[in-house]
Design a protein around this ligand. Structure first.
Ligand code: DLL
Length: 441
């Protein structure tokens, strides 16, 4: 057998064995959190939960949820379940306001995380013959070091280039024989942009796999990237609170994201009533970490909206899947009473022209006090040069976009075409929505 087999045994464990493993780990983690985190003990008392009545995962729904604000309120270490001497590394989530969420990892946590990430890489078809270019940021963000550790564990040759320096990304990709690149989909779009400008020929590289995540990316975006570069793309999912990248990923069937359920137990709940939802129904994804030591989390609300898929995947993995994450419960915009998600805008734009990958959404108040939604779209330089000398063609293209958005989303958009390169490119997660509705002039 090859040293690095494509098959990871836990991925194919019979369901009854997997449930056994999950039950054992759950009881262990629950009692660890209960005995070592006073904050959690209080939470159970406040919710009148008798810990002795928790006998298996079937009792999970009796337990209260943990929210992001709880982690913020206990900043920096109030949720740690082990002494600091056992913590080997910190990571922190990139909160834009206020205090970040700090996570601490024991040796066991780092091992379990890299094990899950290396299984994701195996699922993407990577082994010791691959060169993995890690273009996620290194530092407090989990993307860089997470893929780095997972890649090394898988036996790949890791190129720890981090984000940015796009010219050098392309040069080393070609010269060092990169076969797989991992970065945010927005940064890869930026790399594509640059490659087009300098006439970079993807066929001169050995690149065959793209590993994208850390932010939503539509199926249309996926097609654009694959058509442009000839690579196969894989979706990698994760969040700092639960570990980092490698909580799940999509297999070559590309039909949902397998969750590494022997580490992370998923549930879907109604975000309003908090009641568990049946398989297939969309709701908020909730995780219980089954073997984390540093900061174990029971029923952690991710805010990511998706559905659970229990049917066996054609790849044979017994791990359940979730639908790709298209939005979070907190990035829904309510415009004049209509629910709007940024992903809908992206899908509508790319359906008109796959090159319309650079866009921004601005929300403001009109003179009548009603919400205004504007989309700024950047045509390619070629398209732009044609449109700019032809007002009628420009107006026709603008209206085509406005009408498509109206049809798909159900409200009127102010649509503005902007010059190439005027929308800032991102080396990490991109910011697409700017809500100025409550801004004072
Ligand atoms: O983004 C971890 C990560 C790094 C995942 C690299 C994948 C690759 P956070 O910064 O804590 O951690 O952000 C977590 O990002 O709750 C989702 O809303 C979003 N997200 C992560 N992966 C995906 C994905 C990292 N594949 C938050 N699709 C999560 C859509 C994603 N959204």
């Amino acid at each position: 057998m090859a040293k690095y087999s494509m098959i990871s045994a836990p991925d194919f464990m019979p369901e009854h064995m997997l449930r056994d493993v999950q039950n054992k780990k759950f009881l262990d983690v629950f009692h660890r959190v209960y005995t070592s985190v006073p904050w959690y003990r209080n939470l159970l008392e406040e919710n009148n939960v008798n810990p002795d009545s928790i006998k298996s995962l079937a009792d999970l729904s009796k337990l209260p949820f943990i929210k992001k604000t709880d982690l913020r309120d206990t900043y920096p270490t109030g949720m740690f379940a082990v002494p600091m001497s056992k913590i080997l590394r910190f990571h922190a989530s990139s909160g834009t306001t206020g205090k970040p969420i700090v996570m601490g990892y024991t040796q066991h946590d780092l091992d379990a995380w890299s094990e899950a990430t290396s299984r994701a890489l195996a699922m993407f078809g990577l082994d010791e013959n691959d060169v993995l270019q890690v273009g996620y940021g290194y530092g407090l963000f989990t993307g860089g070091l997470g893929l780095h550790d997972g890649g090394q564990r898988r036996g790949c040759t890791v190129l720890p280039i981090s984000g940015g320096n796009t010219e050098r990304q392309l040069m080393l990709m070609r010269d060092l024989g990169t076969t797989a690149v991992a970065c945010t989909p927005s940064y890869f779009l930026h790399i594509i942009d640059h490659a087009r400008k300098v006439g970079f020929d993807w066929k001169t590289t050995k690149l065959r796999v793209g590993i994208f995540g850390a932010e939503p990316w539509s199926d249309e975006m996926r097609k654009f990237i694959e058509d442009e570069t000839g690579i196969e793309t894989f979706d990698i999912y994760g969040l700092t609170e639960v570990s980092g990248p490698g909580v799940g990923g999509d297999c070559p069937c590309h039909n949902g994201i397998h969750i590494f359920e022997d580490h992370f137990y998923p549930e879907i709940v109604d975000p309003e009533t908090l009641q568990p939802l049946p398989d297939g129904e969309e709701g908020e994804l909730v995780f219980t970490t089954l073997d984390k030591e540093g900061i174990p989390l029971i029923r952690y609300r991710t805010r990511d909206m998706t559905r659970l898929i229990s049917e066996r995947c054609a790849c044979g993995r017994t791990l359940r899947r979730i639908g790709r994450i298209t939005h979070r419960s907190d990035d829904m915009m309510i415009i004049r009473g209509v629910n709007v998600f940024p992903g809908q805008v992206e899908s509508a734009l790319l359906a008109i022209d796959p090159n319309l990958v650079n866009y921004q959404i601005y929300l403001s108040k009109g003179p009548d006090g009603l919400d205004v939604i504007e989309v700024k779209v950047e045509p390619t330089p070629e398209k732009f040069s044609v449109l700019w000398n032809d007002d009628a063609a420009k107006e026709k293209f603008r209206r085509l976009i406005a009408e498509k958005l109206q049809r798909v989303v159900g409200i009127n958009f102010k649509t503005t075409l902007v010059a190439p390169d005027s929308i800032p490119r991102s080396e990490g997660k991109s910011k697409r929505v700017f809500d100025n509705r409550h801004k004072k002039d």
